[in-house]
Design a protein around this ligand. Structure first.
Ligand SMILES: [Zn+2]
Length: 136
């Protein structure tokens, strides 16, 4: 795991520690890169995500879910398209559930929670591939 490594193509580090992709306007708390030949996952967590314990748990847990899914062979078995739908659904659901108990604390937590819930509802829920959740 690293915080200062080279970012994926198109991403920059903002002064506040966030990872940002100017072309799409997307802010990202962390990345997971999988190297199938070595069966290694490399996780990067932004300094911004490390600045808050709850948010850190939501982001690190999200990336560890991808790493676990890669490790047990879901990407190799189902291909990167289905893998992405499935793994992102699970990972964003985890992030949302981690943030949920804190939304009454402040608007900041509520915005983070809503971000992950919206991604699950808009992008992944309706296209969920038809294989079973290994965590259930
Ligand atoms: Zn993800």
């Amino acid at each position: 795991m690293t915080a200062n490594g080279k970012l994926p193509k198109g991403y920059v580090r903002l002064k506040d520690g966030r990872f940002y992709k100017p072309k799409t306007g997307a802010y990202v708390g962390g990345f997971n890169a999988y190297y199938p030949n070595r069966r290694v996952n490399r996780i990067q967590i932004s300094h911004y995500a490390m600045s808050n314990d709850v948010f850190f748990e939501a982001i690190l847990g999200h990336e560890l879910i991808h790493a676990y899914h890669n490790h047990i062979g879901l990407r190799d078995t189902y291909g990167s398209g289905s893998f992405k739908l499935y793994s992102e659904n699970e990972a964003h659901s985890f992030s949302a559930e981690t943030l949920k108990p804190y939304i009454s604390r402040s608007n900041w937590y509520e915005r983070k929670y809503n971000h992950h819930v919206n991604i699950v509802n808009q992008k992944y829920m309706y296209d969920h591939p038809a294989f079973t959740n290994p965590f259930q």
